[in-house]
Every structure is written in structure tokens, then in C-alpha cells.
Design a binder for this molecule. Structure first.
Ligand code: ATP
Ligand code: MG
Length: 178
């Protein structure tokens, strides 16, 4: 009974998260990168955990940013979902996602890296294009990263890029403080 009750509470909370999530939010808010990550993990963290994916978060940033919070959460969610897809599809042993926040001279940076084996060199230049997907029709529209790039670079005055790290793909989001 107790477990069921906890789970219902969790689901209720998830519904609230989603309700707020899809509200059009055109108002910028003061926030931090770590807070945006934590809020996103409240939505998708449990699903990742159920799939056996471990998540490591390392916070090395200190400054606040003034931005469209729900839009950035949407981007983080897209990237995490892609990582989940690849880790499941390739049946990676000890699947894990590492999320790091850091800052450089004029940007707050979020890095999201998985150990799913990365993106082949001939695919990498195309992943931010609309309708580009290596998944079949029902599993991918190819719009996730295109939308993410539009949000970060056209709405939020930032930059998003992808590289291959040692174990898998690494997505880098750079945000200005204002
Ligand atoms: N972490 C990752 N590791 C390996 N390949 C990736 C990763 N993230 C994205 N990709 C590649 O980039 C492509 C485009 O990603 P994108 O999120 O835009 O579309 P999608 O996931 O295929 O579909 P959807 O629009 O439903 O998200 C993917 O189909 C996949 O080939
Ligand atoms: Mg996707």
C-alpha cells in the first residue's frame, strides 16, 4: 500500500510538471543551469532509472542566467531522450549519462554525455537538420535536435553543438547570462 501511495504521489507530481511544462511561457526567468537540470530530471529521471540508466550530475557553475526556462528544459529533455534511445537500442552495458555544468568567460555551459558509442562521422554533420533521423518512423520524427537548435540559438541567444567523447555523444549547450 505504501509503495502504491508513493507511486501515485510521484505520478501526480509528474502530471503537474507536465501541465506547467506545456504552458506557453514567454516570460524570461532568473535561474541556474543546475536548477534546470534538476527540474528536467524530475520529469524524465524516473524513466531513465527504470531502464537501468544511471545519471551523474556534476555542478561546477555558480552564476545565474535569465532565460526561457521551459524551453531550455525541453532541450535537455530531448537530449536525455536521445541518450536513452541509443543506450537501449545498442544494449549498452552499464548505461550511464553524465551531466556537467561549468562556466567560461561569458557563458554558462551544460554538457550531457552518454556512453552509447557516439555518432558516426557521416551522420554527425546532419543531426540538427529537420527530419533527419536514423530511427524508424514510429520512433523518431527527426525534429528533436532541430527544435533544440532553434530554441537555443534563435530564442535564447546561445549555442548548441555535438561532439563524440570517449564513450559516446556529448551535447554542449552554451548560454549567455542575460
Ligand atoms: N546521444 C546520441 N547518440 C547517438 N546518436 C544520436 C544521439 N543523439 C542523437 N543522435 C542521432 O541524431 C539523430 C537526430 O536526433 P533527433 O532527436 O533530432 O531525432 P530523433 O531522435 O531521431 O527523432 P525525434 O524527433 O522523435 O527526437 C538521431 O536519429 C540519431 O541518429
Ligand atoms: Mg530525439
Amino acid at each position: 500500500m505504501e509503495k502504491i501511495e508513493n507511486y501515485v504521489k510521484f505520478l501526480t507530481h509528474t502530471i503537474d510538471d507536465f501541465r506547467n511544462f506545456f504552458k506557453p511561457d514567454k516570460q524570461k526567468e532568473l535561474t541556474t543551469t543546475i536548477l534546470l537540470i534538476e527540474r528536467t530530471l524530475e520529469i524524465i529521471g524516473k524513466a531513465l532509472e527504470i531502464n537501468g540508466i544511471s545519471i551523474h550530475v556534476e555542478n561546477r557553475a555558480t552564476k545565474e542566467i535569465f532565460t526561457y526556462t521551459n524551453e531550455i528544459k525541453q532541450v535537455i529533455l530531448n537530449i536525455l531522450k536521445n541518450a536513452e534511445d541509443v543506450l537501449k537500442e545498442r544494449k549498452v552495458a552499464n548505461p550511464c549519462i553524465t551531466i556537467t555544468t561549468k562556466e567560461d568567460k561569458d557563458a554558462q555551459v551544460i554538457e550531457i554525455e552518454d556512453n552509447g558509442g557516439g555518432i558516426s562521422a557521416y551522420i554527425l554533420p546532419h543531426i540538427f537538420e529537420p527530419y533527419f533521423s536514423t530511427k524508424d518512423e514510429k520512433n523518431g520524427s527527426g525534429l528533436g535536435l532541430y527544435m533544440s537548435k532553434t530554441i537555443i540559438e534563435e530564442h535564447c541567444n546561445g549555442k548548441i553543438s555535438a561532439v563524440n567523447g570517449d564513450f559516446g555523444a556529448k551535447f554542449i549547450i552554451e548560454l549567455k547570462e542575460i
